[in-house]
Design a binder for this molecule. Sequence first.
Ligand code: PMP
Length: 374
Amino acid sequence: MNWLVSILNFMPSLRYTVTPENLFRQEILALHAYHVQPASGMVKLDAMENPYHLPQEVRDEIAQLVADAAINRYPDPGAHQLKIGIGKMTNLPTGMDILLGNGSDEIIQLLAMAVAKPGAVLLSVEPSFVMYKMIAAFVGMKYVGVPLAEGFSLDLQAMLDAIKREQPALVFLAYPNNPTGNAFDADAIKQIILTTPGLVVVDEAYYAFARDSFVPLLADYDNLLVMRTFSKLGMAGLRLGFLAGAPAWLEQLEKLRLPYNVGVLPQIVGAKLLEHHDILLAQAECIKQERVKLFAAISGLMEVKVFPSEANFILFRVARATMVFEGLKQRGVLIKNLNGGHPALSDCLRVTVGTAEENQKFIAALQETIRVSL
Ligand code: PMP
């Protein structure tokens, strides 16, 4: 074969050129990257972050911890201190354990990797968090999205039919749901858990703003896992999420977790912030109060339909949504444009609940934008 190598070296044009298009899987080439809008200098209400700062004493404590941190060393692979803090604040039922992720996105990926046998199905509802579908594509799973019913409620019959037909290995239900903001009927979710032959993951990313949780039910269903993130509680920059459930599941998933997925700084800062959990929960309480005011203010606008929310954001429908979105941007306010993403979200925009001042700026900009676009 040496002669072939020599010919190819002299005539590179004969060589098969490797490109992303001919090397990468078709599912990856077909994906659109998760797009994040530039937000510098804007009133940033696009990503469900907590808008409040930490009190100066807590910031000083963190500064000291960071100054003393052994960043020359790999982090504790088991993140024991942080896990103890999470266990305490979550009131885990006895016998349940947790697995930590670099954000909960990473946990979705771990779960999908674990079940991705040929032909395995990942099922969720639509519209919901887009990463369920994207991650199914990353790992080569078949994705099934069951449309939500009127008012973005669960279509229980359609769900049960789809589960019987598709026999999913993995079901994700965001509770409350993103981007719609509502929490599905808990009894319907229980029926789904009982019918599903695989795992059901209740994604409680917005637990801090919701009325109830599936954590206390973990021991009642052997195919239930609950996932949470601290991103919405005021730690989006740390990238910390966790999965709670029976050790039999988590021990297997631990094998897929990369050894040092949670760095030294997120571990120590996260553990410290959980000691001050009361401050974060008080901030979440302010966000819930602001949500009520924001809901009323948007509802008061002409020709806008607002959807009820148990999360830290509000979905609303407005004529010419993309123009309104651009108008808000020109006025220095960044929210999320969902128009064009899914048919059920046509002319829909999603705004994160900010501080009172940010919300007022948003409402003023929205009023003005709607007035000039009429
Ligand atoms: N689940 C839901 C429902 C979400 O809305 C989000 C973020 N928008 C996540 C999970 C991921 O959060 P993170 O990776 O920041 O933990």
